[in-house]
Design a protein around this ligand. Structure first.
Ligand SMILES: *Cc1c(COP(=O)(O)O)cnc(C)c1O
Length: 399
């Protein structure tokens, strides 16, 4: 069988063996519902609370401020809709950015239909918001600022601590979609003045279908799922015990290895970026060179279609993405690449490579070779490229 090189960790990650081992007993042995009072229930309840402590510890929160959900999308929906509802008396204005995940953007569009007013902050060519613009957008009726900690497509890390400081100074709640950042880079809800934070298990080598919403003590927030008294009455439904245990274990491992992992991945990322930019002409890096997630690289190759590139790479066993998984299948270019100012034709020729500590340098070397050959092949078939070469005389070096 051909070796698979998985370079789509921003879409999802494999469950680590230690995480799977930790989850196993909660399917068939300790299968109790955590709510009743017999001891089988107690085992499940204890495991859920232990996971809650580990997850809280990773972001400097208290365990009582962590609410389990069914994933990042639910956490984002809950945070935005519940704040809009609970603070409606203060106002109906929310500030977010043009590059949020659809779980935030589509929720904002829904809230607009419900009478909310949303300001979508622009970003610069690196994908960073302007703090002055943020501050100027705040009004007396602003109830929430929602800015992602790190972007899932271009990896840009937003100035979360500064945003938190501004939100706090103006008495506005601050939510961050930290799904890509949680367990990957340091986050501290106290230092960064974060009031609400979304995270998801499957983006840090935990299981799919489990996430959390951190809600600072004192923030008013209605329940999103109505029913039983689970999660202090704020999120009904029998807990996903194995999922929660796996999420907790994944967070513990991510926390222990964070520093080392960040250093290794940053080195590999910079090596990859350096090689691609040096060896493939008419290529640009999307997102900031330095303020970016350790495991993210995103390029645009002029004169080609990202989708065709993905197919050629797939034939070599390389799993990559041309934008976010949620938008593939659609012909519209990514809203993130549009927001950083790329023209349509350049945005269409984009490739996102996201890796993990399992990714070896040889995998990256093989990938760079394959990308190089595939881009050359596609350009060889491109009438646009042919015209370009005609107009500019000879072919550029290396092509
Ligand atoms: C993946 C992702 C989500 C959605 O999380 P799910 O757990 O898949 O629902 C939300 N925001 C960002 C930034 C993501 O990368």
């Amino acid at each position: 069988m051909k070796k698979i090189i998985y370079l789509d960790h921003a879409a999802t990650t494999p469950v680590l063996p230690e995480v799977f081992e930790a989850m196993k007993p909660y399917f068939m042995e300790s299968y109790g519902n955590p709510s009743p009072i017999y001891s089988l229930a107690g085992e499940a309840k204890g495991a859920v609370e232990e996971a809650r402590e580990k997850l809280a510890g990773l972001i400097g929160a208290r365990p009582g401020e962590i609410y389990f959900t069914a994933g990042g999308s639910e956490s984002d929906n809950w945070a935005l809709k519940a704040v809009a509802e609970a603070y409606a008396a203060k106002g109906k204005h929310i500030i977010t950015t043009a590059i949020e995940h659809h779980a935030v953007l589509h929720t904002c569009q829904y809230l607009e239909k419900q009478g909310c007013e949303i300001t979508y902050l622009k970003v610069d060519e690196d994908g960073l918001i302007d703090l002055g613009e943020l501050e100027a957008a705040i009004r007396p009726d602003t109830v929430l600022i929602s800015v992602m900690a790190a972007n899932n497509e271009i990896g840009t890390i937003e100035p979360i601590e500064e945003i938190g400081r501004i939100a706090k100074a103006h008495g506005v709640l601050f939510h961050t979609d930290a799904v890509q950042a949680f367990g990957h880079i340091p986050l501290d809800v106290e230092r960064m003045h974060i009031d609400l934070l979304s995270a998801s298990g499957h983006k840090l080598n935990g299981p799919k279908g489990v996430g959390l919403l951190y809600v600072r003590k004192g923030v008013k927030l209605g329940s999103f799922i109505h029913g039983g008294a689970q999660e202090r009455g704020r999120r009904a439904g029998t807990e996903n015990v194995p999922g929660i245990v796996g999420f907790g274990k994944a967070a513990q491992i991510a926390g222990e290895r964070m520093e080392e992992r960040m250093a290794e991945q940053t080195a590999l990322r910079d090596y990859l970026i350096g090689r691609v930019l040096a060896e493939i002409p008419y290529t640009r890096l999307n997102g900031s060179r330095t303020r970016r997630l350790p495991g993210n690289a995103n390029f645009s190759f002029q004169f080609i279609e990202g989708e065709s590139l993905l197919i050629l790479l797939d034939q070599q066993g390389i799993c990559a993405s041309s934008g976010s998984a949620c938008t593939s299948g659609s012909l519209d270019p990514s809203h993130v690449l549009m927001a950083i100012g790329l023209p349509h034709e350049i945005a269409h020729g984009s490739l996102r490579l996201t890796f993990s500590e399992e990714t070896a340098r040889e995998d990256i070397d093989f990938t760079v070779e394959q990308v190089k050959q595939s881009v050359e092949r596609l350009r060889g078939m491109s009438p646009l490229y042919e015209d370009f070469v005609k107009q500019n005389g000879r072919q550029p070096e290396g092509v």
